[in-house]
Design a binder for this molecule. Structure first.
Ligand code: NAP
Length: 482
């Protein structure tokens, strides 16, 4: 077992630990055993204001003038440093978020790739020429469209992928020449602190990245309303995201919010592959993944076969200490969340659902739970569970299942298992989601494709190249030739 030692962290402005305007601290608690794993000095609104000031200054003095090759170098160097420290970061994710250590390594590996994608993209930000002579009177004119960094970004991130989701904002922001104020989730500030130090070591100029560790309800407003911020990029729950968007005025806003992702298995689909994939798809990091499989629709011809295989695989999952190598399922982020999810299971069972497996809770550990005989109005079906709970639901026809999958306020990503390419494309067209995977679960994500939801799942796209589009402004410059 890895020894726990206490990390002491504070907000960082201009690359330096801040002297707090008011003395306020918070403990970071391991969700698994309630040990204190870190102590944090909490920022106030005044501290957040200083962070914005610093980012604003650094944008005008350094970042917007920095050439692309230099921005790419910094990103590449950060990737190399992060890769070297994979184990250290994976361990911190296990301690602060309760993420199983193997999943933590996976997150670090993806974060390294995000940085490398951004290093590549930094050199590809290009403009275009406008065919001016297409308009009457446009002869002897040259028109060009150039892309410029947008300025200061406010990046607000959730607890579930504290490293990789922060990097989905920071890496494209720096690739484009912007500066950032980062506010990580209060439950997981340690990895963010380590990451900011890594950027500094890689040569990012002072003030280009400022860290504000504070309660969202206290420091959130200024990070969204201050006129020096040009863009707010938020990943988290729909309620907070919608509130931020209302306050952001004319600023650009990207919202990556929640979902209750559907996965569909047709009679002609590979049932074995679907069952195996959906074990991780529904239960990785205890289902606390925005694209976690929550609703599994199975065509009646293979329903029982799928359910039998699925339940037997789920029952093999090892639940326990996230720091141990063989652990598949660790704790939920807090006991409050585990109780909330357990209550939803109880409520569903009272209303007629049946437990195919799981359903028990001990502290923050909630058993991987498979429900059947559910109805569309149960919370476990129609709301985002963000917990290790999945429902398996039978269906008859293609048309019917598209309707069932779309019967949701969310629309992030979906999975479809079929061997019929025509059906696959028809269903992909019919699904109201930001992304669809064929013969893969909804939970698979690669960091270089456009990712983001429709409906209540959000607005805007991440995936480095696509995030850069939203983190730059285009400006037209015309020349009238003599
Ligand atoms: P959350 O409670 O909404 O918190 C997200 C961030 O918002 C945290 O940094 C939080 O700070 C901050 N915040 C809270 N209230 C705020 C306010 N009034 N003003 C400004 N910031 C505020 O979400 P979470 O529980 O950490 O994460 C789970 C949610 O994220 C789920 O709904 C999940 O689906 C979603 N998610 C979506 C994606 C995606 O890509 N679509 C990816 C991952 C997660 P504090 O921690 O200090 O409260």
């Amino acid at each position: 077992m890895i020894n726990v030692e206490l990390m002491k962290v504070t907000s960082l402005v201009d690359g330096k630990a801040i002297t707090q305007t008011e003395e306020k601290t918070m403990e970071v608690i391991s969700p698994f055993n309630k040990e204190v794993v870190g102590k944090v000095n909490l920022a106030s609104q005044e501290d957040a204001e200083r962070a914005i000031e610093s980012a604003h200054r650094a944008f005008h003095e350094t970042m917007k003038k920095m050439p692309a090759y230099r921005r790419a170098d910094i990103l590449r160097k950060t990737a190399d440093l992060l890769e070297e420290r994979t184990e250290e970061f994976a361990r911190i994710l296990g301690l602060e978020a309760g993420k199983p250590i193997r999943d933590g390594r996976g997150e670090v590996g993806r974060a390294v790739q995000v940085l490398r994608f951004a290093a590549d993209e930094a050199k590809k930000i290009e403009g275009e020429l406008v065919p001016m002579d297409a308009a009457v009177g446009g002869e002897n004119r040259i028109g060009m469209v150039r892309r410029h960094p947008i300025g200061v970004l406010s990046a607000i991130t959730p607890f579930n992928f504290p490293l990789n989701l922060a990097l989905h904002k920071l890496a494209p922001a720096f690739a484009a020449g912007n500066t950032v104020v980062l506010k990580p989730a209060s439950k997981t500030p340690l990895s963010a602190y380590m990451l900011v130090n890594l950027f500094e070591e890689a040569g990012l100029p002072e003030g280009a990245l400022n860290l504000v560790i504070g309660n969202g309800s206290e420091v959130g407003d200024i990070l969204v309303t201050d006129s020096r911020i040009s863009k707010v990029t938020f990943t988290g729950s729909p309620s907070v995201g919608i509130d931020l968007r209302k306050k952001a005025g004319l600023k650009k806003v990207t919202l990556e919010l929640g979902s209750n992702s559907p996965n569909i298995i047709f009679n002609d689909g590979d049932v074995n592959a679907a069952a195996a994939g959906l074990v991780r798809g529904a239960f990785a990091f205890s289902g606390q993944v925005c694209i976690s499989a929550q609703r599994i629709y199975v065509q009646k011809g293979v329903y029982q076969d799928f359910l039998n295989q699925y339940v037997s695989l789920v029952e093999k999952l090892v639940i326990g200490n996230p720091m141990e190598e063989n652990t598949d399922i660790g704790p939920m982020i807090s006991e409050k969340e585990a109780i909330r999810a357990h209550d939803w299971i109880t409520e569903a069972v009272k209303a007629g659902a049946r437990l195919a497996t799981g359903g028990n809770r001990e502290g923050t550990l909630l058993e991987p739970t498979v429900l059947v005989d559910v109805t569309r109005d149960m919370k476990v079906v129609c709301e985002e569970t963000f917990a290790p709970i999945v429902s398996v639901i039978p269906f008859d026809t293609e048309e019917e299942v598209i309707g069932m999958a779309n019967d949701s306020v969310f629309g992030l990503q979906a999975g479809v298992f079929t061997s019929d390419i025509n059906r696959a494309m028809r269903v992909a067209d019919g699904l109201e989601t930001g992304g669809v995977w064929i013969n893969e679960t909804s939970t698979y994500r690669q960091d270089n494709y456009p990712y983001g939801g429709v409906k209540l799942s959000g607005v805007g796209k991440e995936g480095v190249k696509y995030a850069i589009e939203d983190m730059t402004e285009i400006k037209f410059v015309g020349i009238k030739l003599g």
